[in-house]
Design a protein around this ligand. Sequence first.
Ligand code: ATP
Ligand code: MG
Ligand code: MG
Ligand code: MG
Length: 566
Amino acid sequence: MSQVQRMSRLMVKTLRDDPADAETISHKLLVRAGYVRRNAAGVWTWLPLGKKVLDNVSAVVREEMDAIGAQEVLLPALLPREPYEASGRWEEYGELLFRLKDRKGADYLLGPTHEEIFTQTVKDQCVSYKDLPVMLYQIQTKYRDEARPRSGVLRGREFQMKDSYSFDITDEGLAESYALHRAAYQRIFTRLGLDHRIVSAVSGAMGGSASEEFLAPAAAGEDTFVDCPACGYAANTEAVTFPADRAEPADASSVGPMEELDTPDTPTIESLARQLDIPASATLKNLLVKVDGEIVAVGVPGDREVDLGKLGEHLAPAVVELVTAEDFAGRPDLVRGYVGPQGLAKVRYIADPRVAPGTAWVTGANKPDTHARDVVCGRDFEVDDYLDVVVVEEGDPCPSCGAGLRLGRAIEIGHIFQLGRKYADTFQLDVLGPQGKPVRVTMGSYGIGVSRAVAALAEQTADAKGLCWPAEVAPADVHVVAAGKAAQIELALDAAERLRAAGLRVLVDDRAGVSPGVKFTDAELIGVPRILIVGRRAAEGVVELKDRRSGESEELPLTDAVAKLT
Ligand code: ATP
Ligand code: MG
Ligand code: MG
Ligand code: MG
């Protein structure tokens, strides 16, 4: 929709300095350029410029979802406990769930994802196989009490998600709905201008079988993926599985000598650190998981680590013991892969990491062959800390062809699942089949982080000067900058109007009393793809047209500039 937005009337306050707590590019720049404003940890306001970008992303998502025949609905975010109780996720989600009570004391939650409610909706609305297949979607606010909300809108506790759900009566039908979503996602991310990879993923709390993630490579990403330059194999490191024949089962002798730790009666973080001869502020390296006294998973955190300081706050009076080599003896299923020079530092097995809070774990202690035992998950560290564990290294053999794997950091922007009948079983979602008998429905679920996509785009496209949006999502097509004099402002407004008439969305900097230097800096920070400067040769009708990304500019008559832009 073509329009002219005057900067003199736009609520935008740009900042010269990065917010003190900001670590990622998107966090810094979206705040500095006046796109978002923080209200609380992981809770954000979308200011006018930010709202435009968010809406542009939503529009692309909506168009492509409509194009595959998905129907848009809007379900509540405030949800009753019962359906989540029935699926087991009221418990399973643990502290991630925002729970609340109404005035009568009934339990509610703020929806983190909506499989349960969509299943109930379809159970209510679809009765016959003729009503299926059906695909439903919504673009809605989701709530998750993330352990460490950081990185601005990349990881919010309140965020925008497009979630969709497919309902079929056959496995082939589900495969088709999944394929439609997969293709739609590729079109969406391509149109948005996001560099992305599709990788194999683990299903996690969602349940179900097949699952793939859409990852946007970026240094700020919290996911690590591998890809094989030789055969194209790609997977989230959480999902890499090595064939059994490649595994070198560990036995007691290959684990190497375990150092005995002389445990004081009430170990503190300081005493532990002293014994291990490491700084108390060090971060843990290895993570070994124990559930009911059994080691069920072993991981290596790579550059993701558990904060020993945090662990230390809760260590006393926990009993700290060593994991002995016997813990691994005769359990080749546990220690697949190989045991490196750091003892257990290069083990490549990972089991379901969603261990219930309160389970005793065994953790690494940043020292070869030394581990702390009976560290309690949920008390001493978050399950999320463990989920971040990286288990594969650069150059490790590709599970599919054996060539050296490459490792990369990325942001998870989308995730698609073939759920199968898990939720349909819970809610007895059947339709009347062609033979008049009830048929159990099979489901898929598909998510896109709409607000996260804005941040991911900022991460991938920003440069030293600021944001630098791809055309499809930019808050405007052209940013017209009037250098300052009244005549220049007049000509700029005239140019803006002509561009609008030609169908463009125009942001025009008509602010009086703001220096040209500040206006240019702001234009570069805000990141509209094309900048039209009405400056020193305005009187002759000559303007400067600048490409935000390349920085290339040319002087030309206004009429030619308008023609070029439209
Ligand atoms: P992550 O691994 O980053 O925590 P997830 O696997 O928990 O994400 P899903 O349950 O797969 O997320 O949700 C679908 C999509 O929603 C994700 O692919 C991601 O793009 C987005 N998303 C998830 N959590 C957040 C969040 N806290 N803030 C913003 N977007 C999010
Ligand atoms: Mg998550
Ligand atoms: Mg994930
Ligand atoms: Mg996911």
